[in-house]
Design a protein around this ligand. Structure first.
Ligand code: MG
Length: 401
């Protein structure tokens, strides 16, 4: 490594799947990256190991710790490591606005990630965004905030990272927030199709929790694995792409690609299509987002060109998986619709995981709650939070009937 710009990181959600992969990237980056701050929700024992290893300046625990003896141990290790501990989600603001943080890796799960993303952008930080809910829930507000205060968003979601990389290969002079979109004909998001790609409607009625948690190509957290099986994850990614790249929903297409090697594509106005390929491994888009515009070798898996392999593409079956149509509609509506879809889905997935809702009803619940909601065109953060809260309560009421 000859020369590099040091990246000082706040990793929000450091004990989750993306957080752990991020720290793996940091390990291999040696002196190129430094962990200044971490946050975790409930996994305090893993957070404690991370404090010991990375010696951050500060950590935030966003959930009230239940285990008193574990907490004592954490305090002791933090003291030895020179790490300050704060409690409560409000404390996330303090770590994302720090002067010694260059990049905020936003890997919190769910709409809880929105506030800290906005806080970071408000002080002009670069956000390496894995928390797609920030854009699903508050797309327009988030992009406006980035623009107003000079903050940058670089996607970690593998599909959006692929699109971002394709755009940078073929368009000149694009800045992080003002994409050169005039030559984009279509953004083609790839989807593995999940484990039930070839299931009939009848088979979908008998899907168990264990079935849904077995993803064919990616190892991820429970919530996103279920979202991949319903294709709601792809619906959320359509909404994410619409705001991130400033394109119309009609310019976004989804194609089923079971191998998950092409992470997405862009078709340009002259008909040329650019694709980004790599084995499914989140460390690549994570490192790309943190190091951009620098590039270094990465610990992610590499393609093996000495073996036979095929890449397949299928149009999605919209009748089996109505989620995609919901995604396009919500991307079109904007406003509070994304917050409502996301919240209804979080509650519905939770009910499914607790065996209180059949798999095939998850998208039905989302559509029902969306149909009943009181739409607001240009919501503030408070209005988005209120829509989120309303949708959660409404979904619970609906489920208890
Ligand atoms: Mg993705």
């Amino acid at each position: 490594m000859s020369s590099f710009a040091l990246r000082r990181l706040a990793v929000l959600g450091s004990t989750g799947s993306i957080g752990r992969s991020t720290l793996d990237v940091v390990r291999s980056a040696e002196k190129r990256m430094q962990v200044v701050a971490l946050s975790a929700h409930t996994n305090i024992s893993l957070l404690t190991e991370q404090i010991q290893e990375f010696r951050p300046q500060i950590v935030v625990v966003t959930h009230d710790p239940q285990n008193v003896s574990q907490l004592e141990k954490t305090r002791q290790i933090a003291k030895e490591s020179g790490t300050k501990i704060l409690f409560g989600a409000e404390s996330l603001t303090q770590i994302v606005i720090r002067d010694d943080v260059d990049i905020v890796v936003s890997a919190i799960v769910g709409s809880a990630g929105l506030k800290s993303t906005l806080d970071a952008l408000t002080v002009g930080k670069t956000v390496a965004l894995a928390n797609k809910e920030s854009l699903v829930v508050g797309g327009e507000l988030v992009m406006d905030t980035a623009k107003k205060y000079g903050g940058k968003i670089i996607p970690i979601d593998s599909e959006h990272s692929a699109v971002w990389q394709c755009l940078r290969t073929r368009t000149n002079q694009v800045t992080e927030n003002e994409q050169n979109t005039k030559n984009i004909q279509k953004i083609i998001l790839t989807a593995s199709g999940g484990p039930f790609r070839n299931f009939s409607s009848e088979q979908l009625k008998h899907v168990t929790v264990a079935d849904a948690l077995t993803h064919p190509t990616w190892q991820m957290g429970k919530k996103i694995t279920v979202d991949s099986a319903t294709l709601i994850n792809k619906a959320l990614e359509i909404i994410e792409a619409r705001w991130l790249f400033g394109v119309l929903p009609s310019q976004i297409a989804v194609v089923i690609h079971p191998q998950s090697v092409i992470h997405s594509m862009v078709e340009f106005s002259d008909g040329s299509v650019m694709a980004q390929l790599s084995p499914p491994d989140m460390r690549l888009p994570i490192q790309w987002a943190i190091d951009y515009p620098q590039q270094f070798s990465c610990p992610s898996k590499k393609m093996n060109w000495t073996e036979n392999f095929s890449l397949e593409f299928f149009p999605p079956n919209l009748e089996q998986f109505p989620a995609l149509q919901i995604g396009l509609e919500v991307a079109e509506q904007g406003g509070t619709a994304g917050a409502v879809l996301n919240a209804a889905n979080e509650v519905a997935v939770d009910a499914f995981l607790q065996e209180q809702l059949p798999f095939h009803k998850i998208t039905t619940v989302c559509q029902t709650i969306l149909n009943h909601h009181n739409y607001e065109r240009r919501p503030t953060l408070e209005q988005l939070q209120a829509a989120d809260h309303w949708a959660r309560e409404e979904t619970k009421t609906w489920l208890s009937r």
